[in-house]
Write a protein that binds this ligand. Structure first.
Ligand code: IVH
Length: 669
């Protein structure tokens, strides 16, 4: 039994230490000397050593890092962690506002909040009854990794919320950015240099590498920091806007970036951008742009999200950083779709902390338009995560010894003649059996953004092809543990893991599967749209051009590409084989779908919301939306000035819904 007064003493120590580290790290305004703080800390460690049962999850002793983990557990986010759409100039700020206006059907002024865009790593922190319980990475947005012990080492993440315990929400999920400041980055790389370890290219990679350490003690030594920028569910806080939320989060003990500001319209947003751009170099951490959010939560709710990003926010990125170097050669890469991309091999150059060795030259026209030659000194630029590109040659530096870049006429991998269809900029290898394309498609299928088969990265896939174990997608699922274990560099364990990962990947969702196939123009987001609409693989395979075009967000290019893909007998054959190997497409995620099976058509103008908003709402409730009258329509929503469609619908006896009834159906009255 621990004596009550000891228990009490430990509690007081914990609270005092937590408070003082908040003063020191979050407020940058300590009220006790470092020596005094150390004394408190040692006293607590001593007590916890004597009475290990005293250790609580919010004990500051947890910040030094506990035992290493065997692996990271998965954490499913209660609300997806979305990304942000990017904009690059002021005209796009005005377009953003225009879009908001159209969607909201309102010309009322919109208040924005402008925040520095931190260049770190998004994380989610769960607080239960005021205590930090689970912290995770963004992962793929839906499922992340549990990095709670690592996050506890981040000094400005509160282990316990501040203030009146009785008013803490039972569950609060906050989100923000973990980052490494410039000083921490320099220090870390200096240490690595001394110990002969490879250097981190930039603070962002260093922060990511430090958080994803199974041993939290390593993380603890890296002086990571945290700024909060959101809550997962704005209904859990008594705030009506983002600016109020920041006030609340600061009161609860979180570090809020000091350069956040309300802006009353695009002009103020623009002024703020230039202000932050001027601040940028002098800040103790890296920022790569400014995030613009609609301040008002009720507007945010009405605007909602797309599959990828909220409609109520955008990131205005800072301009790219540039450098000069020399083109030493050109490599021609054959991609998944046969497209041949010229890549400049550069004399290595450091661009704002990142060593750049290669830059894309896009295509033949670009090379000609920019008049690039081998041996040229060139200006290159890097913007965020995108592949560096060559901007232009520095003509004054030419010596006369530069050589022209000659585009190959045959595929550098299979030797098949290359073609360049009229009107297209891309040169392609059209040999369907080209090993480069096969390799790339198989890599794409197994990759994290595809079927996410752990252990089957680029190198492994290449090896499986080289050894003749895999020729096509179904072959993956025929791999046997013993075949794998025999390969050079493999063992029993790694073989077993891959076989298990494959078995797991067999149970998949329609969206993931469609995305992994590498159908032209069908990336992750489009795959989500298609899957959300058709719900089953058979339905996608059977869909007509018209049906495909009826899916919001799908244009002719995508529709034709899907049609071509599924019309190909080899696709059908492959899918049959996959199903025979046990591929199972799980039913779409549950969630309230009270309108499932109903097909809505809108006509006329609604008073209470824009048409896009209305469409989005019914879709989220499980209904389908079409744009033309047909037998399938179950509900015709008629707003003001409804015209021909209404008349026809009445003639055909289709159920006509007034705006008031519609609001009742969607639960908005
Ligand atoms: S809001 C749903 N605010 O930018 C809204 N994000 O490109 C998403 N980021 O993954 C986040 N600073 O890691 C928001 N002040 C800020 C941010 C910020 C940096 C990052 C975040 C996110 C990425 C989106």
């Amino acid at each position: 039994m621990i004596p009550d007064e000891i228990r009490e003493q430990a509690r007081k120590l914990r609270d005092r230490i937590n408070y003082h580290s908040y003063r020191y790290y979050v407020l940058d305004d300590p009220v006790i000397a470092d020596g005094e703080y150390d004394r408190l800390f040692r006293r607590l460690l001593e007590l916890e050593r004597q009475y290990p049962e005293l250790v609580t999850p919010d004990s500051p002793s947890r910040r030094v890092g506990g035992r290493p983990l065997a692996r990271f557990e998965e954490v499913r986010h209660a609300y997806p962690m979305l990304s942000l759409d990017n904009i690059f100039d002021v005209a796009e700020v005005f377009e953003f506002e225009e879009k908001l206006r159209r969607y909201l059907k309102s010309s009322a002024p919109i208040v924005y909040i402008a925040e520095p865009k931190m260049d770190g790593l998004a994380v989610e922190l769960m607080y239960e009854d005021g205590i930090f319980t689970v912290g995770s990475t963004r992962g793929d947005g839906l499922v992340g990794e549990n990095i709670t012990p690592q996050l506890k080492t981040v000094q400005d993440i509160p282990l316990k919320l501040q203030g009146d315990e009785k008013t803490f929400p039972t569950q609060l999920i906050v989100r923000g950015e973990v980052y490494l400041d410039r000083a921490g980055f320099v220090k870390l790389n200096r240490q690595r240099e001394e110990s002969g370890e490879p250097l981190f290219a930039n603070p962002r990679n260093a922060a990511a590498g430090s958080l994803r350490q199974l041993d939290p003690k390593v993380t603890a030594a890296r002086s990571l920091r945290f700024f909060v920028y959101a809550v997962a569910d704005t209904d859990t806080v008594a705030c009506s806007c983002q600016s109020e939320l920041f006030t609340l989060l600061a009161v609860l003990g979180f570090a809020v970036n000091p350069h956040i500001k309300l802006c009353s319209g695009p002009a103020e947003v623009e002024a703020r951008y230039h202000h932050l751009l001027a601040l940028r170099e002098g800040l103790p951490y890296e920022i790569d742009g400014m995030v613009i959010k609609v301040d008002d939560f009720s507007l945010q709710k009405r605007l909602g999200n797309t599959a990828r990003a909220p409609r109520w926010a955008v990131a205005w990125k800072f301009p790219a950083v540039q450098a000069t170097t020399r083109i030493e050669g050109v490599d021609f890469q054959v991609g998944r779709t046969g497209a041949v991309t010229p890549v400049a091999l550069l004399h290595p150059v450091n661009v704002e902390g990142v060593v750049v060795r290669r830059a894309t030259l896009h295509n033949q026209d670009e090379i000609e338009r920019k008049d690039l030659r081998i041996g040229d000194t060139v200006l290159i630029q890097r913007a965020g995560d995108v592949i560096p590109e060559v901007v232009k040659p520095i003509v004054e530096k030419r010596t006369g010894r530069e050589k022209p870049i000659v585009f190959p006429t045959t595929c550098p991998v299979c030797g098949h003649p290359l073609v360049r269809p009229g009107g297209e900029a891309v040169t392609r290898c059209v040999n369907p059996h080209c090993p480069a394309q096969r390799l790339r498609s198989l890599i794409y299928f197994a990759a994290k953004s595809g079927m996410d088969i752990e252990g089957l990265g680029k190198k492994a896939v290449q090896q499986l092809i080289d050894k003749g174990l895999v020729r096509d997608i179904p072959d993956f699922f025929r791999l046997k543990k013993d075949d794998l274990a025999r390969l050079p560099g493999w063992g029993e364990k790694s073989a077993e893991n891959v076989v298990a990962a494959l078995a797991k990947a067999k149970q998949t969702t329609l969206a993931r599967f469609l995305g992994a196939l590498g159908i032209r123009y069908v990336g992750e987001v489009t795959a989500e749209l298609v899957a959300g609409h058709f719900k089953s693989l058979e339905a996608v395979m059977k869909a007509s051009r018209e049906e495909l075009l009826a899916v919001e967000g799908i244009g002719e290019q995508v529709a034709d590409s899907l049609l071509d893909y599924f019309a190909d007998p080899s696709t059908r054959n492959m899918i049959e084989q996959l199903l025979a190997e046990g591929l199972t497409i799980l039913p779409p995620a549950m969630g309230e779908q009270p309108l499932a099976g109903r097909v809505f058509l809108f006509t006329g103008t609604l008073k209470s919301m824009g048409r896009n908003e209305a469409k989005q709402i019914v879709k989220e409730l499980g209904a389908q939306v079409v744009s033309g009258l047909s037998k399938r329509v179950t509900d015709l929503v008629a707003g003001e000035k409804a015209g021909g469609k209404l008349k026809k619908a009445k003639e055909r006896g289709i159920y006509v819904v007034s705006e008031d009834e519609f609001l009742k159906i969607i639960g908005r009255t």
